[in-house]
Design a protein around this ligand. Structure first.
Ligand SMILES: *[C@@H]1O[C@H](CO)[C@@H](O)[C@H](O)[C@H]1NC(C)=O
Ligand SMILES: *[C@@H]1O[C@H](CO)[C@@H](O)[C@H](O)[C@H]1NC(C)=O
Ligand SMILES: *[C@@H]1O[C@H](CO)[C@@H](O)[C@H](O)[C@H]1NC(C)=O
Length: 329
């Protein structure tokens, strides 16, 4: 039941966001009251900038008592045989939340967009494609770009044979993209800390549907709703570095008499509703029942590309992004 509700609400949310933007050609960033999104093709975030700002972002989250991941960095072996990029790492018992390969790609001469495939080398002949994407480069200057390599890093940290990666690029010379610099950044959770990854918000407990008995879940309570920015189908969402997804939550359920009122006003409204109902004075202008709605929201810390300088990242706080408590109002 909860799953269906969550799916329906998530679908409605995406539908509304997408249709509205398609109709009016508006930016979600602008709708959220933020400065416009940066031009994704111009993003040029160096590995150093990423490390510096990711560290700051994680510190900010830690202040709010989140169990934050560790940031690990791996550099490739120098003098290794090209086109292989090998990042030595010792196996450890961790869960990889995400891992990115940052490369400084050379100037391209005349091409500005290249299709690149990241493959994990499994044996002399076998390759596993981990990501394929279009990267935007500059004809005259080197430029940073990034690739998602989470599955490869997780397999190496699990102890699988580490033979490295290749950046296959049919439009490049020799069929491979040869970076000037490369590094892998990984966000990892030690396994013993895994269980503590739940939301830190105390008040979440009070109206969390999962805390209710199965039969009681029809009353107003907070359901989970996972939002993944990349799935919102906005190109501008590509400029959000962290979080990749978060539990926004939503409120749904019935509001029986005397149940979890948000305010004194809702209590009175509910009382009037009941009186009208009992006296049979129902008409179109009748007093409605109280509705299940968010009664407490929390902000979300965001790490994203600075819209006015595409070589920098910024940490922002977006207000009222997650529901932590629901009530009848
Ligand atoms: C420029 O592009 C053409 C084809 O589009 C290619 O033949 C040529 O080698 C490229 N030049 C450089 C310097 O990459
Ligand atoms: C991208 O940033 C690097 C420094 O991190 C700089 O050397 C390079 O020229 C920049 N490239 C472009 C196209 O601006
Ligand atoms: C209702 O009003 C009383 C008196 O001001 C206040 O103490 C109480 O907290 C209010 N209840 C709610 C749910 O707002």
């Amino acid at each position: 039941m909860g799953v269906n509700w969550a799916a329906a609400a998530a679908w409605t949310f995406f539908y509304l966001v997408q249709v509205r933007s398609a109709e009016r050609g508006l930016s979600l960033f602008r709708d959220l009251g933020l400065s416009a999104a940066p031009d994704v093709a111009k993003i040029n975030i160096s590995h150093d900038e990423y490390t510096k700002m990711m560290t700051l972002y994680l510190d900010t989250r830690q202040q709010h008592h989140f169990a934050i991941p560790d940031l690990l960095t791996f550099y490739p072996v120098k003098r290794d045989w090209w086109p292989r990029l090998k990042f030595p790492m010792r196996p450890q018992r961790v869960e990889v939340e995400g891992a990115q390969l940052h490369v400084l790609a050379p100037a391209t001469g005349n091409q500005t967009s290249l299709r690149v495939q990241v493959t994990q080398i499994l044996s002399a002949r076998r390759r596993r494609v981990i990501e394929e994407k279009l990267i935007h480069l500059s004809p005259t200057l080197p430029k940073w770009c990034e690739f998602e390599v989470t599955s490869a890093v997780q397999s190496w940290l699990n102890g699988e044979r580490n033979l490295g990666l290749e950046l296959v690029c049919p439009e490049c010379r020799n069929n491979y993209l040869k970076p000037l610099q490369a590094a892998v950044s990984a966000l990892v959770h030690p396994e013993h800390r895994r269980s503590k990854r739940a939301s830190p918000y105390q008040s979440l407990r009070r109206t969390d549907c999962r805390k209710l008995r199965k039969g009681a879940r029809r009353v107003c309570c907070r359901h989970d709703m996972e939002v993944t920015f990349s799935k919102l189908r906005f190109i501008e969402m590509g400029s959000i570095v962290q979080p990749k997804s978060y539990d926004a939550g939503f409120c749904q359920g019935q509001c029986p008499p005397n149940f979890n009122y948000a305010t004194n006003h809702s209590r009175i409204q509910s009382l009037l509703h009941q009186m009208e109902w009992k006296t049979g004075k129902r008409n179109r202008r009748a007093v409605p029942k109280a509705c299940c709605a968010p009664s407490k929201l929390e902000p979300l810390e965001i790490l994203r590309v600075n819209p006015s300088d595409t070589t920098k990242l910024i940490v922002e706080k977006w207000d009222n992004m997650q529901v932590v408590e629901c009530a009848c109002s």
